[in-house]
Design a protein around this ligand. Structure first.
Ligand code: ADP
Ligand code: ZN
Ligand code: ZN
Length: 717
C-alpha cells in the first residue's frame, strides 16, 4: 500500500503536489480518484490523484490528504493522458486543464461523496507544513494509471449488450428510422467510409442543405452498431437544440447532451454516467465535451468545423476543441469527420495536401438550388436616396413580397446592441469603459451602455461631460436598431432578435428558435448566431445588412471569415422547394471576394487567400504563438514587453514580431501587450515550447515583474 499521492490541483502552478496518504484511505485510493487536500491558505481544495508511491519527499514534511472523495476513478487513463497533451501543447498547466475539465459539482464541493471511515483523525489536529511541489510531471504517471484496475468499468467495456448488432437493433430506441439517402448522399457516404481506410480524419465539404446531418446520422448508426461511442461536437449551444431533436428522433435515450447552459448537477450526472456500465452511446456537446470520459470512442463528428467558437479564448487552456477532438480520436483509434459548407483554410489545406481525406457534396437535397445572391451597392442606394434606414430598396421590396406570400425573413448584422457607441455630435466625445480600452455599446432597450469585454454597465449621461451638449447620440448600428427600422417599415410583421443579449438563458434562445421554426415570428434579426446550421423551412429572403464591418476587420482571416459567414447565412434561404434570395449590402461591391461569395466559389476564395497567406507567411504555412503580457502599470508592461522581446529574439530571431498593443490594449484594469512568434513547420515544437516557458520563468523571477501575467495563446484565431 502506498503512503504518498501526487495530486493535480486546479491551480496555474506547474507540476503535481505530494501529500501523505493516511493508512485508512490507502486501500481505496487509486489514480483518477479525487481527494480533498489542504492547500495554501485554503482549508481544502479538491484535487485528482495522478500517482501513488512510497517515495517520501526529501527534507519536507508533507500534509496529509483530508478526504478521499471517490471509491473508483472519475477520470480515465486516456482522458488524463489527453489532458497532459493539452497542457503541453497549449502551454498551460495540467491543473488549469483539470479545472476546465471537471463540472463544478465535481470539483467545488467540499462534501465528500463517500465518507471517510470513522476512525479518521480530524485533519486540523495534524501539523500543517507546506505541501511539497514537484518540479515536473511524473513520467511514470501513465504507467501508474494503466497498472490501476478500473473496477467501475469492467462491466462496461466488455460486457455491454451493444456490439455486433445490425443497424436495426438500435433504431427502435427512437421513434423514427434512418432517412433514405439520395444518390449523391449515398456516394458521399461510401466515399467517407473509403477515405477512413487511408486517413483517420475526413473533411466533408458539403454545401448548405446538402444533407450533411443525414449523413452524420447514418455514420452514427453504423458506429453504434459496432458497439462504439460517438462524440458529436457543435460550435455553439444555440445549435444543440435543433440538432438534438433530430438525433433524438432516431437514437432516443441513448443520446446525452453536454454544455455549459446545463446545470452543474446535470453535467456531473452526464460525467458519472459516462463512467458507468451504461454510458451514453452518443454525446452531443460544445467544446467542453472533449473533456468527458469515453470508454469506447469510435467516431468523432465535428460539425461546422470552421467555427471560431471551437477555440477557447479565456481562461486557459486556450484550446481548439476541433483539434483536441482529432487528437482524442487518434488516441482512441477512432475516426473523425469534419463537416462544413465552408471549411477553415487550415482544414482544407490539410485535405488538399493529403493529410485528411476529402469528400465533396455539391448539391442541395431535393435539387433545391443554392440561393441567388444580389449585391446591393449601399453608396449608390444612398445617392439615389433609396436607403430606408439600414435597408436598401430592393431588400425592402423583397421583404414585403416574402411577408405577403407568408414566408419568413432573416436579417444578419454582425453586431449586437443598438449602436456600437454613443458619441457627442458636437465635440466627438465617446464614453469609454473605465477598465478596458474600448468604447461602450449603447443598448437602447435597457437605456444603458455596456462594455462588451468586462460587462461594466452605466447610464447614458444626460449631457456630454466634455462640452455639456445634451442629447448624446448613437453612432453606427447594431441588431437593436434594425429591429426598430423593421417595426417602422413592416408594421404587421412579428420580429424577433437573436444575439448574445437575448439568449442569456437556454430557454430564451430555444424560445426564439421555436417561435421562428413554428412561424410565430416572421422576421429574425440577429448576429452571427443566425448564420449557423439552423434549418428553417419557410425562409425565402436573407439580408446581409453590411458586409463591410466584417471585411475590414484588422485580421488576416477577415476575408476567410467574411466568406464563411456570408455563405452560411445565405444558406439559410430557400432550403426547401423554392430558390431563396439573398441581398448582400456593401460599400465595396467590386471586391473579388464578393464575387466569390455570389458564385459560391470556395475554391477561388481558397486559392486567392492561400497565395496571400504564403506571401506573408501566415498560417497554415506557419504556426503562431502569441505571448500575452499584462500588468496594472502601463510603463511596467512596456518595459516587460521590451525585455521579453529581446530575450525571445535571442532564441527565435526574426520569428519574433512585436511587441504591439492589441486592438483592446487595456482589459479589466490590466494593460495588455503581445508578442507574436511565427514558427515555420520545420521548427520542432517541443523545443520551442520549452524556450517559451523558460523565458516566461526568467521574466517572472524578476521582482519588478512579479505581479505581471504572462501567458501563451497557441494557434490563436
Ligand atoms: P446540411 O446539414 O448539409 O445543411 P441538412 O442535413 O440539414 O443539411 O438537410 C437539409 C434539409 O433536407 C433537412 O431538412 C433535411 O431533413 C432534408 N434532407 C436532407 N437529406 C435528406 C434525406 N436523405 N431524406 C429526407 N430529407 C433529407
Ligand atoms: Zn461634447
Ligand atoms: Zn470593460
Amino acid at each position: 500500500m502506498s503512503s504518498f499521492v501526487d495530486v493535480v490541483l486546479p491551480v496555474p502552478l506547474p507540476g503535481l503536489f505530494t501529500y501523505a496518504l493516511p493508512a485508512d484511505l490507502a486501500p481505496q485510493a487509486q489514480a483518477g480518484c479525487r481527494v480533498s487536500v489542504p492547500f495554501g491558505t485554503k482549508k481544502t481544495v479538491i484535487g485528482l490523484i495522478a500517482r501513488l508511491h512510497d517515495t517520501a519527499p526529501v527534507g519536507i514534511d508533507v500534509k496529509p490528504v483530508a478526504e478521499l472523495l471517490d471509491q473508483s476513478p472519475v477520470v480515465l487513463p486516456g482522458q488524463y493522458a489527453l489532458w497532459q497533451w493539452m497542457a503541453d501543447y497549449y502551454l498551460c498547466t495540467i491543473g488549469e486543464v483539470f479545472k476546465a475539465a471537471l463540472p463544478g459539482k465535481l470539483k467545488n464541493t467540499s462534501r465528500p461523496t463517500h465518507s471517510r471511515p470513522t476512525n479518521s483523525r480530524p485533519t486540523n489536529s495534524r501539523p500543517t507544513p507546506n505541501p511539497s511541489r514537484k518540479g515536473g510531471e511524473s513520467s511514470g504517471l501513465n504507467e501508474e494509471y494503466i497498472a490501476q484496475p478500473l473496477p467501475s468499468l469492467t462491466g462496461g467495456v466488455g460486457g455491454g449488450s451493444v456490439g455486433g448488432g445490425s443497424v436495426g437493433d438500435w433504431s427502435a430506441a427512437g421513434s423514427s428510422s434512418l432517412p433514405t439517402l439520395s444518390p449523391a448522399q449515398s456516394t458521399a457516404l461510401s466515399q467517407i467510409q473509403d477515405s477512413w481506410r487511408q486517413h483517420p480524419v475526413c473533411l466533408l465539404h458539403g454545401v448548405t442543405s446538402s444533407g450533411k446531418t443525414e449523413l452524420y446520422i447514418h455514420l452514427i448508426a453504423e458506429a453504434m452498431a459496432r458497439g462504439e461511442q460517438v462524440l458529436f461536437l457543435l460550435p455553439e449551444i444555440v445549435l444543440t437544440s435543433q440538432l438534438t431533436d433530430r438525433l433524438r428522433a432516431v437514437f432516443g435515450p441513448r443520446l446525452g447532451v453536454y454544455h455549459s447552459k446545463f446545470s452543474d448537477r446535470q453535467r456531473a450526472d452526464v460525467w458519472q454516467r459516462q463512467l458507468s456500465t451504461t454510458p451514453y452511446d452518443i454525446i452531443v456537446g460544445v467544446r467542453s465535451s472533449v473533456f468527458l470520459p469515453f470508454q469506447r470512442l469510435g467516431l468523432v463528428i465535428v460539425d461546422e468545423e470552421h467555427e471560431v467558437n471551437f477555440k477557447q479564448q479565456d481562461p486557459a487552456p486556450r484550446y481548439n476543441a476541433r483539434n483536441v477532438a482529432i487528437v482524442m480520436a487518434a488516441r482512441s483509434g477512432a475516426r473523425t469527420l469534419l463537416g462544413t459548407a465552408t471549411p477553415a483554410l487550415e482544414s482544407y489545406y490539410n485535405a488538399r495536401t493529403g493529410k485528411y481525406g476529402l469528400v465533396t457534396l455539391g448539391e442541395r437535397y431535393g435539387g433545391v438550388r443554392l440561393p441567388a445572391i444580389a449585391v446591393i451597392d449601399i453608396s449608390e442606394q444612398r445617392r439615389k436616396r433609396l436607403m430606408n434606414g439600414l435597408l436598401s430598396q430592393p431588400l425592402v421590396d423583397a421583404i414585403h413580397e416574402a411577408l405577403d406570400n407568408g414566408e419568413q425573413v432573416i436579417l444578419f448584422q454582425n453586431r449586437r446592441g443598438y449602436a456600437p457607441q454613443v458619441q457627442c455630435h458636437v465635440c466627438g466625445w465617446v464614453p469609454r469603459c473605465p477598465h478596458c480600452d474600448v468604447a461602450l455599446t449603447l443598448h437602447k432597450r435597457s437605456g444603458r451602455m455596456t462594455c462588451h469585454y468586462c460587462g461594466y454597465t452605466t447610464d447614458i449621461p444626460a449631457r456630454c461631460p466634455a462640452c455639456e451638449t445634451p442629447d448624446l447620440r448613437g453612432h453606427g448600428f447594431g441588431t437593436e436598431r434594425i429591429e426598430d427600422d423593421i417595426a417602422r417599415l413592416f408594421t404587421d410583421a412579428r420580429v424577433a432578435r437573436m444575439d448574445l443579449d437575448t439568449t442569456r438563458t437556454r430557454t430564451a434562445y430555444e424560445q426564439i428558435i421555436d417561435d421562428f421554426a413554428a412561424h410565430r415570428t416572421d422576421i429574425l434579426v440577429g448576429t452571427q448566431m443566425v448564420t449557423k446550421g439552423l434549418d428553417f423551412e419557410q425562409v425565402s429572403v436573407v439580408g446581409i445588412l453590411s458586409a463591410d464591418t466584417m471585411l475590414h476587420q484588422p485580421d488576416f482571416r477577415a476575408f476567410e471569415r467574411s466568406f464563411q459567414m456570408m455563405s452560411q447565412v445565405a444558406g439559410r434561404a430557400g432550403r426547401r422547394q423554392r430558390r431563396g434570395r439573398v441581398f448582400l449590402q456593401t460599400m465595396d461591391a467590386q471586391l473579388p471576394l464578393i464575387r466569390q461569395i455570389v458564385d459560391g466559389d470556395y475554391d477561388a476564395m481558397y486559392v486567392s487567400q492561400m497565395l496571400e497567406r504564403r506571401d506573408f507567411g501566415y498560417p497554415p504555412f506557419t504556426r503562431f504563438i502569441i505571448v500575452y503580457l499584462k500588468h496594472r502599470s502601463a510603463s511596467t508592461v512596456d518595459a516587460l514587453s521590451r525585455e521579453a522581446t529581446l530575450l525571445l529574439r535571442q532564441h527565435f530571431g526574426t520569428r519574433v514580431l512585436g511587441p504591439d498593443e492589441p486592438p483592446v490594449s487595456r482589459i479589466q484594469s490590466l494593460y495588455v501587450r503581445r508578442i507574436i512568434i511565427k514558427l515555420e513547420p520545420a521548427i520542432p515544437l517541443p523545443r520551442a515550447r520549452q524556450l517559451l516557458t523558460d523565458v516566461r520563468a526568467t521574466l517572472l523571477a524578476q521582482r519588478l515583474y512579479s505581479a505581471a501575467h504572462i501567458y501563451f495563446d497557441v494557434d490563436p484565431l
